[in-house]
Design a protein around this ligand. Structure first.
Ligand code: AMP
Ligand code: ZN
Length: 119
């Protein structure tokens, strides 16, 4: 029996392959950023590596450069999208961390007072 293809069925992999439409704000060979379908702030962007990695827990030491790329990309997009008053970057991880989509992603949130603690 063939093994299940996780990357075929993963919703963010499908978005990366263009099989599900998204409102893209940035794309290059390795990364993609698009508007969240259910925004929690006036600006709510999802930033993903195109490579399927389930969560932050699956990121190896060798891949720490990728995390740097994702955060630097978030910073650049925050500037491009006019979030000069500030913004929040979130990486939900695991069930208690609120992770619903099992493909590593950053949330970039801004355009309102974000509040603390986050609830
Ligand atoms: P998380 O709870 O951290 O896994 O976040 C997953 C996020 O993906 C949620 O904020 C969803 O609204 C968002 N999302 C799910 N499906 C789509 C989609 N097709 N296009 C854009 N964002 C999506
Ligand atoms: Zn995926």
């Amino acid at each position: 029996m063939e093994e299940e293809c996780i990357t075929c069925e993963c919703i963010f992999c499908k978005i990366a392959r263009g099989e599900i439409p998204s409102k893209k704000v940035y794309e290059d060979e390795n990364y993609l950023a698009f508007h969240d379908i259910d925004p929690q702030a006036p600006v709510h962007i999802i930033i993903i590596p195109k490579k399927h990695i389930e969560s932050l827990n699956e990121v190896s030491e060798d891949e720490k450069g990728m995390l740097g790329d994702l955060i630097i990309l978030a910073k650049r997009l925050a500037k491009d999208l006019g979030l000069e008053k500030g913004y929040r970057i979130v990486i939900n991880t695991g069930p208690e961390g609120g992770q619903a989509v099992l493909h590593l992603h950053l949330h970039l949130l801004g355009g309102r007072e974000m509040g603390w603690p986050p609830g």
